[in-house]
Design a protein around this ligand. Structure first.
Ligand code: NAP
Ligand code: G4F
Length: 333
């Protein structure tokens, strides 16, 4: 039987790297769309570069998307590419809209132009619930976006639903709550904290500056969440699913656990810096993933304390390795 083929946009990102690993292990021929950059940015997929194929392209350039689909002939397309940092969406609202919102339509149109019948996954976000209208949040909870990023994601969500209903496309929207890992981008709060803990532990810095410690998130492990993406595209009918752990924790709690994992007292090091407070905040997110559990048979495996420990231990090791490469001596056990 011919290998199944998948095209992943955003393959160089956190989720793209875990999804590529998952699909390679399942025997897929994996293609990844990569945009042109002035320096190499394939660190997260370095270990599987010989098992996947990269295709140049950009969500802002529709012809490149058509070519990528024609070249990869995918059975499944996972649209993970986006300007994904909420904080930057206030300083780059137009680019965020171009990529995170209109980029979805470009890709859906490219599928139609290329005459592909690939199944489509759209990376929607719990940020769309924003100023939450009910707690916990599930597929029926009304949306109230609170940032240019969330507004863009809401457009991407509805255009996916619309193309499913208009053209009968097999298109799913996964409404994923925050998911983290040692591969998380450094500007997101969890990784900023685990990296900060590691630097403090090794004596490279003596404080960590953060914004709102009271905001609460439903944090899971990215490796568990890419399984849910794949499961969504294996069902008889396309649908939308909320994916979360059903637990919520504050940034303060994350700090307590993360510093604790390195034997440090967070209150001695964390300083509040208004530069990191957002113009409009999402105070609390808590996912109800009952539908995913019942229909997809999905549930998270990694717990919150395990996630925090995994990230801190990884960064402690990473910072030590970096110090050694620069001739500095890291702290030993
Ligand atoms: P990420 O690490 O920031 O990765 C984003 C990816 O998109 C990168 O590969 C990036 O390429 C690519 N990209 C950005 N602009 C592009 C463009 N114009 N054309 C082509 N590629 C472009 O994000 P992530 O955490 O893996 O998240 C994956 C997706 O899920 C995103 O759409 C995000 O908004 C969504 N999401 C994430 C979470 C979460 O908690 N992680 C929750 C809900 C939804 P470069 O490497 O070149 O920058
Ligand atoms: O880690 P964050 O930047 O993630 P945020 O805004 O929740 O967005 C992430 O999850 C979404 C899913 O809900 C994704 F769609 C999105 O792409 C992204 O992956 O911030 C989390 C919370 C916020 O309330 C923020 O105000 O942490 C608070 N925070 C406090 N101090 C901080 C900081 N966030 C960052 N990035 N940096 C700080 O210093």
């Amino acid at each position: 039987m011919a290998k199944r083929s998948a095209l992943i946009t955003g393959i160089t990102g956190q989720d793209g790297s875990y999804l590529a690993e998952l699909l390679v292990n399942k025997g897929y021929e994996v293609h990844g769309l990569v945009r042109r950059t002035s320096s190499v940015n394939t660190a997260r997929i370095e270990h599987i570069l010989d098992k996947i194929q990269l295709i140049p392209g950009d969500l802002t350039d529709e012809s490149s998307l058509v070519s990528a689909i024609r070249k990869s002939k995918p059975d499944e397309i996972y649209n993970l590419a986006a300007q994904s940092f909420v904080g930057s969406s206030w300083s780059q609202p137009i680019f965020t809209g171009e990529t995170t919102a209109i980029g979805v339509t470009r890709l859906l149109e490219a599928i139609r132009t290329a005459g592909s019948d690939a199944r489509f996954y759209q990376a929607s976000s719990s940020e769309m619930f924003g100023k939450v209208q009910a707690t916990p949040q599930n597929e029926k909870t009304p949306f109230y976006p609170r940032s240019p990023y969330a507004v863009a994601k809401l457009y991407g969500h509805w255009i996916t639903v619309n193309y499913r209903e208009s053209f009968g496309m097999y298109a799913c929207s996964g409404i994923l709550f925050n998911h983290e890992s040692p591969r998380r981008g450094i500007e997101f709060v969890t990784r900023k904290i685990s990296d900060g803990v590691a630097r403090i532990y090794h004596g490279l810095q003596d404080e960590l500056r953060l914004g709102n410690l009271d905001s609460k998130r439903d944090w899971g492990f990215a490796g568990d969440y890419v399984e849910a993406m794949w499961l969504m595209l294996q069902q008889e009918n396309p649908d939308d699913y909320v994916i979360g752990t059903g637990e919520t924790h504050s940034v303060r709690e994350f700090c307590e656990l993360a510093f604790g994992a390195a034997g440090l007292d967070w209150e001695k090091y964390v300083k509040i810096d208004p530069r990191f407070v957002r113009p409009a905040e999402v105070d609390l997110l808590l996912g109800d993933a009952s539908k995913a559990k019942n229909v997809l048979g999905w549930k998270p495996k990694v717990t919150f304390p395990q996630l925090v420990k995994m990230m801190v231990e990884s960064d402690i090791e990473l910072v030590a390795r970096d110090m050694k490469s620069k001739g500095k001596t890291p702290r030993s056990e």
